[in-house]
Design a protein. Structure first.
Length: 403
């Protein structure tokens, strides 16, 4: 039957080409759209990790939920031993300390509220590969009283590298403390809201400003994002949940989660649209073929073939078309994806960002398998009703079509 089905498929090459084109286009569209969406996810994920959050953050239990109202209640002190243990954990490349605070930044003529981070500059430079220096340079450990400011902060206070600023903040005891800093650089991340309020200073300077030797959290840089869940599980087992909270970047990245949910729904709708397009295209082609071959099917049944054999023949032919179309769509989709990725797709700044980026089409095994499956499934579904109708035509009526 397979041999007969293949011969029947190529007997009318024009109609076979139309059917193959519909399947091929659908599979190719799914591969390209799925690869594009996957690239958006990957780039947004890595930008989130390597500009702000790191892969994992460890903080005092309750800080994530209540830290905004009383941040100094959740300070970590005397954590050098924990830092050494974390450094020895497999897949952890670097352990960074951060001290978070809020306050006012003044240029002597005006001031603006800020959110600040006391950081270890050299380690942060290794983590922050997606953090762009808009002006000046990156902060380093030698900049004792240097400050790195977000682009929005620089715009509000009209600051450039080399300017002097005054940073004011409350200590854990409630006293007001101030320190003078020199602007080293102006940075920009993927998040405009963050850039409009954020500043970074060396950790010792932040501890001096707040009159404390404590920190708020450890930020962990891993050797690969794919190891995040594994390391989080290990750390949650090793650290007491009453003392420490271990959060992955995904737990902290609300914007990323909402973006992924939106795109996944959009891609799901696109898959349905393409599925219906393929079904309609294939169904139209098969209906035409069955109409023209009604006399042939009548002759088969008149010579002893059962209805089931006619049905199986039609479905086998459709499966052959579906497999050929899916494989052709897979090949063309991969070739187009590689060609487009070589050139890149210039994209405008996404929501809540000032920076455009270059998109690519990722070759994702799951997307490839899904596209091929959708193409084949659509072909089979499209052929079911026409095949059933063809077998229910009375033999005499079918034979009249030969006259």
């Amino acid at each position: 039957m397979l041999n007969l089905a293949v011969r029947n498929v190529f007997r009318n090459r024009g109609r076979a080409a139309i059917t193959l084109g519909a399947i091929t286009f659908g599979v190719m569209a799914l591969i390209l759209s799925g690869g594009f969406v996957e690239d958006v996810f990957i780039q947004l994920r890595e930008a989130t990790i390597h500009s702000q959050l790191g892969h994992i953050q460890i903080e005092r239990a309750g800080y994530a939920k209540y830290g905004r109202t009383d941040p100094y209640k959740y300070l970590l002190s005397g954590q050098d031993e924990l830092a050494r243990k974390l450094t020895a954990v497999k897949n952890i490349k670097d352990v960074l300390k951060r001290l978070n605070f809020s306050g006012l930044l003044s240029n002597g003529r005006a001031d603006t509220p800020i959110i600040g981070e006391g950081i270890e500059p050299d380690k942060e430079a290794r983590l922050g590969t997606f953090l762009q220096i808009h002006a000046g340079r990156q902060l380093n450990d030698a900049d004792e009283f240097g400050i790195l400011i977000g682009r929005g902060v620089a715009r509000v206070l009209n600051l450039v590298p080399g300017d002097s600023v005054t940073l004011m903040s409350n200590t854990p005891d409630g006293a007001l403390n101030t320190l003078e800093f020199t602007v080293i650089g102006v940075f920009q991340t993927f998040s405009k809201d963050y850039d409009d309020r954020a500043i970074r200073i060396p950790l010792p300077a932040a501890q001096s400003l707040l009159v404390t030797d404590s920190i708020h959290n450890f930020v962990l840089l891993l050797d690969a994002t794919e190891h995040t869940d594994l390391v989080v599980t290990q750390l949650r087992r090793a650290l007491s949940p009453k003392s420490y909270e271990v959060l992955s970047w995904l737990d902290l990245a609300e914007f990323y989660r909402s973006t992924v949910a939106l795109y996944e729904r959009q891609f799901g709708v696109l898959q349905l649209i393409i599925l219906f397009m393929v079904i309609l295209g294939v169904a139209n082609s098969i209906n035409m073929a069955i109409f023209e071959r009604t006399g042939e099917f009548g002759t088969q049944r008149a010579t002893g073939d059962r209805r089931s054999r006619v049905f199986h023949l039609i479905m086998t032919e459709t499966c052959v078309l579906g497999i050929l179309g899916a494989m052709l769509g897979l090949l063309m989709g991969v070739i187009l994806a590689l060609a487009i990725s070589k050139l890149g797709i210039p994209m405008p700044p996404p929501p809540n960002s000032n920076t455009g980026y270059t998109a690519y089409i990722r070759i994702v095994p799951f997307v490839l398998v899904t596209a091929v499956a959708v193409g084949l499934l659509a072909s089979i579904v499209a052929a079911l009703i026409p095949a059933v109708k063809a077998t229910r035509i009375p033999i005499a009526d079918a034979l009249r079509r030969n006259i």
